[in-house]
Ligand binder design. Structure first.
Ligand code: PEP
Ligand code: MG
Length: 948
């Protein structure tokens, strides 16, 4: 049997194979082969990681022999030796899966150091302090990551030593102190780990490789994969990159930094980044020192700056994507240590997409696929209202855009807890670490006092689309006291703050925010999306304002207007209640007649706002008791009113009893009598009795109307048939609104939609009423009214009877909220709070079907419904108006099965436009190629499944 090869050198590996080599490995190989200055090294493949797990966490046979062979080659290439006391080889051991998971897995630097190599390093660099500091860092990191020693022990020793040697910071520690620290670190490792610190570099390497493999299944990594839906077909296992070390901390001629080929916040086509002189890479990302903007390097190291400009152009031309790369300058020589697709703000993705098309770097289709539809939301996010005129109290570095308002929380677990309870939380930290990610998920925004735009907090917040301000250096954060102070101000835990991730401003309290605007780049991209899609996109809107917004966001009509939302308006509710309480049809008719002009005005408003476009108006759906107060509320009110009556009676007796029994209380008599006088008037007018009687009447009606399963009860068309006055009024209001607008010269296309239909007879019943009303309205206006009549499909029986329903209905609109409920027999009101999270956690269900369309069940029903419906009526229009209509993966399914349109909330309309374009592009790509690589946008096969 031929043994599998697990190790590949940077200069020979297939740089396109990200699945095998991981993104980092493929990048290192790619850059080496492009001729960029990458320190030599090799990659242990993801297959080795998988084999490690298959073998019950044991390194695959032969792996270490292969590693040793490659080590030898590395030694000869670098003319150094592992553990060599004269010229020691030091390596970094870095994780890297097919998809970038920043900071979620482990990395070890400076591996290979031991007492011998320490001497060698000091000798070679002529800098004993540097060598000792490097050794100190290595023992600490190796102890924590590879040997599992609690990092707290190291912090304690470090702080003690700083105190002992009077050092204000790490950089003040001298050789003697550092040497002592190293020995103390080793002592603690010996105490915690049986074999102590391994002096043999090969042993170190074996342990480090295992530690990296283990971190693939660490909590941080698992949480991240879940959050970004990184399934095994996207990334399976981590590779290990073993790379010879270069040092950015070898004096002022050395530096380390992170750069982007374009600005990741704005998308501007200019080198962007941050660096630190005399520092190691981790200092930049960990946010321990606040780095300098890369433009300063132009003055400080002009040659290096020019070289970086060259690297920027090479990388972009090769990858045709914005790159985020790490570099180190070691004594005046530039090295590139990593490159990956840059995570950008959505604003930047949109701008670079447009510009890269215009520069001829990518096609419009590729530009479209670069956009993460879910993240587009960021651009549609609210901003601080500039008119509010409120000055920020402090500011930091803007790291991820959007305004976020929430309570300041200083503890990550607490932020997670309160976030889960539905509170708006801003996580406030000095800096963040990878293990803080769970707090990020639940926070509305993140504020840190340290770090730059490439710090951990910034990178992760951008990836998650959370507002984030970093490096707010004025803030002094005391996590123990749960307090942040700056100047004379304080932020206590739970206090509201507002942060603006676009400007870096920080405000105390809740600051007014406003809607986002489309910029020119987004407009262009949206136009391309419209050219590239065939699926229609409509908005769900219940008011003219909603409709105007949907139209502004590009909706081609309204796919769902829920008329019950109009019933809830404060001026309507008393009339609606009067209608519900009416004892007989005449009384009901009276109330309905009062509602008629109001509804007509509503419909005119929406139809006018959408002039020239179709507007689907759904007749009343929810059960009537939803418009009445709850039994609990009414019972409480009645009890209080009765109690108040009893109190008045008791008060009436007080003056008499005071006068006769206790002279000292006489002075209180007069005020009580005064209050009583007022109350007697209330009593004599019997106001309370009347109120109680009214409330009791309502209570009785609520009881009459209440149902065990209201969602499966007296609602939708069932209600329309039992209380025909309501639907008749609504249909007349729609047709009259249309007639009047037509008279005014406005082009309108109303579509009347019946909810909850399960049999063709129901539809027929409504349609016959509609035909009569139409004739009356047309006669009255001497005008012909154009409209469509259709049905929601949200009941399983309706799917099964689609052929019959299509005899009457001209269109179907899938109400996938109810249809999902009906298909699963899950109550949509309860499932999400009861068992769905656990179902998802245990993989019983992969997704929440109320969020992401269940294509295997609900989707199948949709396909059957379409097929049978179209058999009866080939030009049947079919759309979707449940929540899924705004969810990208569900939109793709809708495109694939040939729906005419999706309809979603106005804010999601732009997302749906792009998702529809992506679906079409992917379909075209599938037709022309069977090669599927979700990471390579040039294959046109889809948006990256997670931020890549
Ligand atoms: C649906 O059921 O999908 C729908 C749009 O109706 P509602 O959510 O109003 O019940
Ligand atoms: Mg419904």
């Amino acid at each position: 049997m031929i043994r599998r090869k697990y190790v590949f050198t940077f200069d020979k590996a297939d740089s396109k194979d990200k699945k095998l080599l991981g993104g980092k490995g493929a990048g290192l190989a790619g850059m080496t082969q492009m001729g960029l200055p990458v320190p030599p090294g090799f990659i242990i493949s993801t297959e080795a990681c998988l084999s490690y797990y298959e073998r019950g966490k044991r390194l695959p046979d032969g792996l270490m022999a292969e590693v040793e062979e490659n080590l030898k080659a590395l030694e000869s290439k670098t003319k150094s030796g592992f553990g060599n006391p004269i010229n020691p080889l030091l390596v970094s051991v870095r994780s890297g899966s097919a998809v970038s998971m920043p900071g979620m897995m482990d990395t070890i630097l400076n591996l290979g150091l031991n007492e011998d190599a320490l001497r060698g390093l000091a000798e070679k660099t002529g800098d004993e302090r540097f060598a000792h500091d490097t050794y100190r860092r290595f023992i600490q990191l190796f102890g924590k990551v590879a040997l599992g020693v609690d990092e707290h022990y190291f912090d304690v020793i470090l702080n003690e030593m700083k105190r002992k040697y009077g050092a204000g910071s790490d950089t003040d520690l001298d050789v003697k102190a550092l040497a002592e620290i190293c020995q103390e670190f080793k002592k603690i490792i010996r105490k915690e780990v049986q074999d102590g610190f391994p002096e043999d570099p090969k042993k170190q390497l074996g342990l480090a490789i295992e530690a990296v493999f283990k971190s693939w299944m660490g909590k941080r990594a698992i949480d991240y994969r879940k959050r970004f839906r990184i399934t095994p077909d996207i990334a399976n296992g981590t590779a290990v990159n073993v790379c010879s070390m270069v040092f950015g901390n070898m004096g002022m001629g050395s530096a380390t930094g992170v750069a982007f080929t374009r600005d990741p916040s704005t998308g501007e086509n200019a080198l962007y980044g941050e660096y630190l002189t005399n520092a190691q890479g981790e200092d930049v990302v960990a946010g321990i020192r606040t780095p300098k903007p890369i433009q300063e390097l132009r003055d400080e190291m002009p040659v290096m700056y020019d070289e970086l400009e060259g690297v920027r152009h090479l990388l972009e031309t090769h990858y045709r994507e914005v790159q985020d790369f790490e570099f180190t300058v070691e004594k005046g020589k530039l090295y590139i240590l990593q490159t990956r697709n840059g995570k950008m703000t959505t604003l930047a993705t949109v701008r670079t997409s447009r510009e890269m098309v215009e520069e001829g770097l990518i096609s419009k289709q590729q530009a479209m696929l670069r956009v993460d539809t879910e993240e587009l939301d960021q651009l549609l996010h609210r901003r601080i209202d500039p008119k509010a005129g409120i000055k920020p109290k402090t500011h930091g570095i803007p790291a991820s855009p959007g305004a976020a308002i929430g309570r300041a929380i200083f503890d990550v677990d607490e932020a997670e807890r309160r976030g889960r309870l539905g509170e708006n939380v801003i996580l406030v930290r000095e800096e963040t670490r990878p293990e803080d990610a769970h707090g990020f998920f639940q926070a509305k925004g993140i504020l840190t006092s340290r770090g730059g735009k490439t710090s951990h907090a910034a990178v992760v917040a951008r990836a998650m689309g959370k507002a984030c301000v970093v490096g707010c250096e004025e803030l002094f954060i005391d996590t123990k006291k749960k307090l942040a102070t700056f100047g004379s101000e304080r932020i206590v835990e739970g206090a509201f703050i507002t942060i603006d991730g676009s400007t870096g401003n920080v405000y105390l309290g809740e600051i007014p925010t406003i809607d986002a605007e489309f910029d020119e780049n987004l407009e262009t991209l949206m136009k391309w999306a419209d050219d590239l899609r065939i699926l229609g996109v409509r908005g769900n809107a219940d008011t003219p304002e909603d409709a105007i917004r949907a139209r502004k966001f590009g909706a081609e009509g309204i796919g769902l207007c829920r008329t019950e939302r109009m019933f809830n308006a404060p001026d309507r509710l008393p009339i609606v209640i009067e209608m519900i309480l009416a004892g007989d049809p005449e009384a009901r008719m009276k109330a309905v007649e009062k509602l008629f002009p109001m509804q007509k005005t509503d419909f005119k408003g929406i139809l006018k706002a959408m002039a020239g476009l179709p507007v689907t108006i759904r007749l009343l759906d929810p059960p009537l008791h939803e418009f009445l107060p709850s039994i609990e509320q009414l019972t409480w009110d009645i009890e209080r009113l009765k109690e108040f009556n009893r109190i008045i009676e008791a008060m009436e007796a007080i003056p008499e009893s005071m006068k006769t029994h206790d002279h000292s209380l006489r002075r209180y008599v007069s005020p009580i009598e005064h209050v009583l006088e007022e109350l007697t008037e209330v009593k004599s007018k019997r106001l309370f009795e009347e109120l109680i009687a009214k409330k009791e009447e309502v209570l009785q009606r609520v009881r009459d109307l209440s149902e065990i399963n209201p969602m499966l009860g007296h609602r939708g068309v069932r209600l329309g048939i039992t209380y025909p006055e309501i639907y008749e009024m609504q249909m007349r209001a729609i047709l009259e609104a249309a007639a009047e607008l037509k008279e005014e010269g406005v082009e309108v296309f109303p579509e009347i939609m019946v909810p909850q239909v399960c049999t063709a007879q129901e539809l027929k019943w409504v349609y016959s009423r509609l035909t009569d009303i139409k004739a009356e309205v047309e006669e009255a206006h001497k005008i012909e009214i154009q409209f469509k009549f259709g049905t929601m499909i949200e009941v399983v029986r309706a799917c099964m009877r689609a052929g019959r329903l299509a005899e009457i209905a001209e269109f179907f609109s899938f109400g996938t909220n109810d249809l999902t409920q009906a298909t699963f027999s899950f109550s949509r009101e309860d499932a999400e709070s009861k068992f769905l999270p656990l179902y998802n956690e245990r993989n019983i269900l992969q997704d929440n079907p109320f969020e992401i369309l269940d294509v295997k069940g609900v989707g199948r029903l949709m396909m059957i419904t379409m097929e049978w419906g179209k058999r009866t009526r080939p030009d049947l229009k079919v759309g979707i108006c449940g929540e899924h209509g705004g969810q990208p993966r569900s939109i793709e399914f809708c495109h694939n099965i040939g729906l005419d349109y999706v309809s979603c909330s106005s804010y999601r309309v732009p997302i749906a436009r792009v998702a529809a374009a992506q679906a079409h592009i992917k379909e075209e790509a599938r037709k022309s190629s069977d090669r599927f690589d979700p990471f390579d946008i040039s294959t046109y096969t889809g948006p990256s499944p997670s931020p890549v």
